[in-house]
Design a protein around this ligand. Structure first.
Ligand code: NIG
Ligand code: FE
Length: 393
């Protein structure tokens, strides 16, 4: 394959501390980047750039590693704007609306689910996302969860079985049977086609013991584990995630000092989802406090119809900066390297030599604009493995 040089990059963010300004962001002003066979082969100053077969002159634009959105529920039908409006008027989120999306999703055709997922994925891409994790969880039957896992795997390698989203209405009087079903037949059916298992471990969803049972079974079938924890209260999800060596515990809206200490000494990333706090009027957790304590953090959209109908990573970065105490660079790092760590993917989230050539070319000269122009369309093009699937001009 022919080598391609991206030239005249106003600001190149590599997340490689050995190049450029030698900060964690590995920033190079007036840079160039060479990609060959889908991998980064060289990054440095424009004046030192070796020649390549093809040149893409980005005319002073900034380039960043593509965003790694490590938490989405992209496959669903229907919408819940009325619930959003009630919450803005004071109603509390308790997970109760999930069954509304389950009903709509169960009755949607596979064709409709496929085309609406594609629309959401295109929106994520247009805002710079090059890797997306996609969960099941809006059917809650064996065949239906399998259908959602299959659909998710048409769009991403980072797929997650979330049969334990809530106990469906038909099992309300026999929740133990549902936990056994998820940890048994449903997991057995879905595990061969996904990479991860997740449980919503919280008030109104699954207890720590139930989540431990399901995720231990998932681990023994060879899946990686992650969990929704501490979104609605101090419910023990963070401690369980650390106990299970989960790749990530997501939300962390509430955390105790023991939780933070446990996370800091672990390989578990705290994935912050400010779209959910925005959309449920919850307090934002302090990203600043977590980072200062030595916790690795990620930022993700949590795109779902209930608590965060957000496909714009730039907006998530802006909320991370404005509401969670992160600097602009810390938020950018959390949305790239942090997401990659939360998916245990050493090949993405940065543009070091050998990395997968996943990158976003911006229409501005610095990545700081993601927080400075919250919600704006700042991405000219994304390249995934060096290929350009779309160009927005
Ligand atoms: O990440 N908290 C659990 N799951 C989703 C919301 C699901 C829904 O309300 O549809 C979340 O917030
Ligand atoms: Fe979620």
């Amino acid at each position: 394959m022919a080598a391609v040089v991206f030239s005249n990059i106003g600001e190149l963010t590599t997340n490689d501390p050995t190049v450029g300004d030698e900060s964690a962001m590995g920033r190079i002003k007036n840079g160039a980047l060479i990609v060959d066979d889908g991998r980064v082969v060289w990054a440095g100053a424009q004046r030192d750039a070796p020649s390549a077969d093809t040149e893409i002159d980005v005319e002073g634009s900034a380039i960043i590693p593509g965003f790694v959105d490590s938490h989405t529920h992209l496959v669903f039908a229907g919408e819940r704007s009325a619930e959003f409006a009630s919450r803005m008027a004071g109603e509390k989120y308790d997970g109760g609306g999930i069954m509304n999306t389950v009903s709509a999703t169960r009755s949607a055709s596979t064709e409709v689910l496929r085309s609406t997922t594609q629309v959401r994925l295109d929106a994520l891409r247009a805002h710079g996302v090059t890797t997306v994790e996609i969960k099941s969880g809006y059917d809650l039957t064996i065949q239906g969860e399998f259908r959602l896992c299959e659909l998710a795997s048409e769009f991403s390698e980072e797929t997650t079985f979330l049969g334990a989203h809530v106990v469906p209405d038909e099992f309300r009087e026999r929740r133990d049977d549902y936990v056994s079903l998820v940890a048994g037949e449903m997991l057995t059916r879905c595990a061969p086609i996904v990479r991860w298992a997740d449980v919503f471990c919280d008030q109104g969803a699954f207890s720590v013991d139930e989540a431990r049972h399901i995720l231990s079974r998932a681990k023994s079938t060879g899946l990686g584990v992650r969990l929704h924890g501490n979104q609605l209260g101090h419910t023990g999800g963070i401690a369980l995630a650390v106990e299970l060596d989960a790749a990530s515990v997501d939300h962390c809206t509430f955390s105790s000092s023991a939780d933070v200490e446990a996370l800091a000494g672990s390989n578990t990333v705290a994935t912050l989802l400010p779209g959910a706090e925005f959309s449920t009027k919850s307090p934002y957790p302090s990203g600043r406090h977590l980072l200062d304590a030595g916790v690795s953090i990620a930022l993700a959209t949590d795109c779902n119809p209930g608590t965060s109908y957000v496909t714009n990573m730039g907006l998530i970065i802006a909320l991370g900066v404005r509401e969670m105490g992160l600097s602009v660079d810390e938020a950018l790092y959390a949305a790239t390297m942090g997401g990659a760590q939360a998916l245990r993917r050493p090949d993405i989230g940065h543009l070091r030599q050998g990395a997968k050539a996943d990158l976003a070319i911006l229409n501005v000269s610095s990545a700081a604009h993601f927080a400075y122009q919250p919600g704006a369309s700042l991405v000219r093009a994304v390249h995934i493995g060096g290929e350009s699937p779309a160009f927005w001009g």
